[in-house]
Write a protein that binds this ligand. Structure first.
Ligand SMILES: [Zn+2]
Length: 57
């Protein structure tokens, strides 16, 4: 069974790091700025939508 597709993105907007992968990278720091990285499950069919939802709080 494949790992779920997950999007990882840096909390720093100036950094802008973002990666969508099937690999599990929970808990790793941003490879660019070493800052905290957020993860978001990508549902099937959602991969072409770039941040259309507003889960930011
Ligand atoms: Zn970063």
């Amino acid at each position: 069974m494949k790992a779920p597709l997950t999007r990882f993105y840096c909390m720093s907007k100036e950094c802008g790091f973002e990666e969508t992968t099937h690999k599990l990278k929970e808990g790793i720091p941003c490879p660019k700025c070493k800052g905290p990285v957020l993860s978001q499950r990508v549902e099937k069919g959602e991969i072409n939508n770039e941040r259309t939802n507003s889960h930011n709080s």
